[in-house]
Design a protein around this ligand. Structure first.
Ligand code: G3P
Ligand code: CA
Length: 237
């Protein structure tokens, strides 16, 4: 990932999901053409442990199917309409390889997911181009024990910087960065993260004025559905 000295990192949240259906090749292609430095992907596992890119637990919102991804095996996945079938992580890494960087968010991590993720990153030789994120810090810690070379970035829901400040020291013990809610954007939080050697990103920031404000506050990364807007804010900061 870029350092603050190199500029603000623009991360395409589920691809350029303001303009194309989330977590599709169209959204990822567009994100890169709009200047994103990294793709943000949500990860879940199927019933037989395949890693796929999907935000929600179920396929209801994206495919009109009420089933959870965790109850579908390889055959169940293959039977879905290809237009709405979640992409395998392998297919995404195969397509983009070292042409970009990846922020991979483990949704509901578990030991098999972590093992499969490390295996995939080794297989694709992409460990140096990846940062693994999660709101579930126990999963991150387990993944870090499996492969200490993979950069980790805990995510925080709390929209208040005062709640997050005491957590910075704990994060610095195992992480390279943190991801915080855009409402937690605060100069003291940015300063505390930097003082501990952590980069700090905000999610999910789409408004041009807010992107500019966070860029000026010293955020290292902007996670956005609209990479073109974040690129413009980063250039002006
Ligand atoms: O990058 C962090 C952000 O993606 C977390 O929120 O719900 O969009 O996964 P969510
Ligand atoms: Ca996410």
């Amino acid at each position: 990932m870029r350092t603050a000295a190199q500029g603000i990192e623009v991360v395409a949240h589920r691809g350029a999901s303001a303009y194309a259906p989330e977590h599709t090749f169209a959204a990822y292609d567009l994100a890169l053409s709009l200047g994103a430095d990294a793709l943000e992907l949500d990860l879940r596992t199927t019933a037989d442990g395949e890693l796929v890119v999907l935000h929600d637990q179920t396929l209801a919102r994206t495919a009109g199917d009420p089933r959870t991804i965790a109850e579908l095996d390889r055959a169940g996945l293959a039977a879905l309409d290809p237009a709405v079938r979640p992409l395998p992580l392998d297919a995404v890494l195969e397509r983009y390889g070292d042409a970009t960087r990846y922020l991979l968010e483990m949704k509901d991590p578990h030991p098999l997911m972590e093992r499969r993720l490390v295996d995939a990153l080794v297989r694709h030789r992409l460990r140096e181009r990846v940062e693994v994120m999660s709101f579930k810090r126990a999963g991150l810690r387990r993944l870090g024990r499996l492969d200490p070379s993979i950069a980790l970035s805990p995510l925080y829901f709390a929209p208040l910087a005062t709640v997050l400040l005491p957590q910075i020291g704990r994060a610095a013990r195992y992480a390279t960065a943190i991801g915080v809610h855009r409402h937690a954007a605060d100069p003291a939080l940015v300063a505390a993260a930097h003082a501990r050697g952590l980069r700090i990103r905000a999610y999910t920031v789409n408004d041009a004025g807010e992107l500019a404000r966070l860029a000026a506050l010293g955020f290292d990364g902007l996670i956005t559905d609209a990479p073109d807007r974040a690129r413009a804010a980063a250039a002006a900061a």
